[in-house]
Design a protein around this ligand. Structure first.
Ligand SMILES: [Zn+2]
Length: 103
């Protein structure tokens, strides 16, 4: 899911409106997180978080009426230093992406 702008949801709040028959899932490393993507075009849609399996990360590009370009600043977390892999469960920020629309 590199490069996707994701928002947090929960399994109870999340409703897949279409394309369930095309969804594919993969797991790796600790096998905790479930990464879902479109088996047809490959776009990442959502995932069950490894850091909190009761949360979902949802690709905003897959939400009706939302665009990744609606966000002017996006925090980028350092995925190579996952909170589940350090004793303090600390989340490390790698940087911030900014989007400035053309006039
Ligand atoms: Zn697709």
């Amino acid at each position: 899911m590199r490069g996707a702008v994701a928002v947090t949801s929960t399994p109870g709040e999340f409703e897949l409106l279409e394309g369930a028959d095309l969804l594919a899932t993969y797991r790796f490393n600790t096998m905790t997180a479930e990464h879902h993507f479109c088996g047809n075009c490959g776009i990442y849609t959502h995932h069950k978080r490894r850091s909190n399996p009761n949360q979902l990360g949802v690709n905003v590009a897959c939400l009706e009426g939302v665009s990744p370009f609606d966000f002017r600043e996006i925090k980028v977390y350092d995925g190579s230093r996952h909170p589940a892999d350090n004793a303090d469960h600390k989340t490390y920020l790698a940087g911030t992406l900014t989007f400035t629309p053309a006039v």
